[in-house]
Design a protein around this ligand. Structure first.
Ligand code: FES
Length: 403
C-alpha cells in the first residue's frame, strides 16, 4: 500500500518429476501485524500462482521421473534467532524427521530437535507450530511415556482451511525445518482417578491418546471411546492398538446415535471417576450436557475445544488495572485486553488467541468479566475469578487483574 516495498526472494525447489515447492523469504522489516499482512499477501499470491500452474501442468505431457537429492539441514540453522510473533515465542527448532498418513485426512509428523534435547511434557500438552507461511497453529503431542526423542503430532486437513492445515499437509515434507514453542499443558490428566473415561471425536483423539498411553503404562483403569465415521478415520492405529480392550471405536453414528451412545457411556457415575472430552464443538456440547444430566459434577468433566466458534462481541470498552504491575489502561472496542496489555509492555504468554487453549488465563480480583472463551467451565465462569485475556472482556466499567 502507498508504495510500500518488501524484499522477497523466492526459491523453486523440485521435489519429484511433477512437483516443485516454492519457498519465500521476506526481509526482516516490517515487523508485527504488518509483517503478518505481508506474509498473508504473498501466501495468497502464491496460492493463486499454484492453481494456475497446476491447471497448466495437467494439460502438459508428463516428464520422466527425477531422482530426488536430499540434503541434510546445516547445523547453523539451529542458531537462528528465537521467533516471536505477538508474544508467541518459538524457541525450539526441529526438523520433520518423518511425515506419514496417520488416518484418512490426518497427516502425522515426527519432529526431532536440530540440536540438544526436547523439553519434557505431560500428557495433554500442545505446542505452537510456526508455519513457513507465517500462520501459527496448536497441535497436541501424542507421545506415550518415555518417548522423549521427538514430538509426534497429527494434523487434520480442514475443508475450510485458512492455510494452516493445508500448509502442513501440502507444503511440509521430511527434512524441513520448523520453529515450535515449548510444550504447554492446559489440559492436565489426573492420575488419582478410580476410573477414567476418554471420549474422543476425530482429530480430538490426539491429546487423549497421549493420556491413555500414560494410564495404560501405569495399569490404571480407563476406557477410550473413539468416535469416527469409519475405521480408516481412526488416527494413530499403531498407538491405539496398544490400549488393548480399553479401546472402544464408535463408528458411523449420526448425531442422535452419538447422543444415545454418549448417554450410555456416561451413565453410572461414581465418585472418583473422571471424563476427558476432546472433539468437534457440537459433540463436546452434547457430551457436557449429558454428563450434567446424568449426575457428573463439573469438577470431574474435563474438556478441550480445538477452536472457539462463538461470535466474539468486542464492542465494549472498559478500563483494566493490573494490580501487581501498577498499570492501568483502557481497552477500546475492537481490541483485546491481551493486545493492549502488550502495548503497555506486559509480556503475557498466549497460544491460540481465540479463547480455546487456556494459556492467557488471568485471575480477576475485582469487576465482572464478560466471558467469550470456550476454555472455562460453567462453575468457573459463574465464579467470575478467571478470565481469558485474548477474547474475554468486562461487563463492569473496570476490571482489576492479578498481574
Ligand atoms: S491464548 Fe488460548 S485462550 Fe487465550
Amino acid at each position: 500500500e502507498e508504495g510500500a516495498e518488501t524484499l522477497a526472494v523466492f526459491f523453486v525447489q523440485p521435489v519429484d518429476s511433477n512437483r516443485s515447492v516454492i519457498r519465500g523469504v521476506v526481509d526482516g522489516s516490517p515487523r508485527g501485524a504488518e509483517r503478518l499482512t505481508v506474509l498473508h499477501h504473498h501466501n495468497e499470491r502464491l496460492s493463486k500462482l499454484r492453481e494456475i500452474v497446476e491447471r497448466e501442468a495437467q494439460a502438459a505431457p508428463q516428464p520422466a521421473p527425477l531422482e530426488p537429492v536430499i540434503e541434510r539441514v546445516s547445523p547453523e540453522l539451529a542458531e537462528l534467532p528465537e521467533m516471536t510473533a505477538h508474544g508467541r515465542k518459538a524457541t525450539i527448532r526441529v526438523t520433520v524427521a518423518r511425515k506419514w498418513m496417520a488416518a484418512d485426512g490426518i497427516a502425522a509428523f515426527e519432529l526431532r530437535p536440530i540440536k540438544g534435547l526436547l523439553p519434557t511434557f505431560q500428557p495433554g500438552a500442545h505446542i505452537d507450530v510456526h508455519m513457513p507461511n507465517g500462520l501459527i497453529r496448536q497441535y497436541s503431542i501424542t507421545n506415550g511415556p518415555g518417548e522423549s526423542d521427538s514430538y509426534v503430532i497429527g494434523v487434520k486437513l480442514e475443508r475450510d482451511s485458512k492455510g494452516g492445515s493445508r500448509c502442513m499437509h501440502e507444503t511440509l515434507r521430511a527434512g524441513d525445518v520448523l520453529a515450535i514453542s515449548e510444550p504447554r499443558n492446559n489440559f492436565p490428566l489426573r492420575r488419582d482417578a478410580e476410573k477414567t473415561i476418554f471420549v474422543a471425536g476425530g482429530i480430538g483423539a490426539t491429546p487423549l491418546i497421549a493420556m491413555a498411553q500414560a494410564l495404560k503404562n501405569q495399569s490404571l483403569d480407563f476406557a477410550f471411546h473413539y468416535f469416527a465415521q469409519n475405521q480408516a478415520q481412526l488416527a494413530f492405529p499403531e498407538k491405539t492398538a496398544l490400549l488393548g480392550e480399553a479401546l472402544k471405536p464408535q463408528l458411523g453414528l449420526d448425531p442422535e446415535g452419538t447422543a444415545a451412545k454418549l448417554k450410555d457411556i456416561l451413565s453410572g457415575y461414581r465418585p472418583g471417576m473422571h471424563v476427558y472430552l476432546c472433539g468437534p464443538g457440537p459433540m463436546l456440547e452434547a457430551a457436557r450436557r449429558i454428563a450434567a444430566e446424568v449426575g457428573w459434577p463439573e469438577t470431574a468433566v474435563h474438556f478441550e475445544y480445538f477452536k472457539n466458534t462463538n461470535t466474539i462481541d468486542d464492542s465494549s470498552s472498559f478500563e483494566v488495572a493490573l494490580a501487581r504491575s501498577c498499570v492501568t489502561f483502557k481497552v477500546p472496542a475492537g481490541r483485546t485486553i491481551l493486545d493492549v496489555m502488550r502495548e503497555v509492555g506486559i509480556d503475557m504468554p498466549s497460544s491460540c488467541e481465540q479463547g480455546a487453549c487456556g494459556t492467557c488465563l488471568a485471575t480477576v480480583i475485582e469487576g465482572e468479566p464478560d466471558h467469550q472463551d470456550v476454555y472455562l467451565n460453567d462453575a468457573e465462569r459463574k465464579s467470575g475469578t478467571k478470565i481469558m485475556t485474548c477474547v474475554s472482556r468486562a461487563k463492569s466499567a473496570r476490571l482489576v487483574l492479578d498481574l
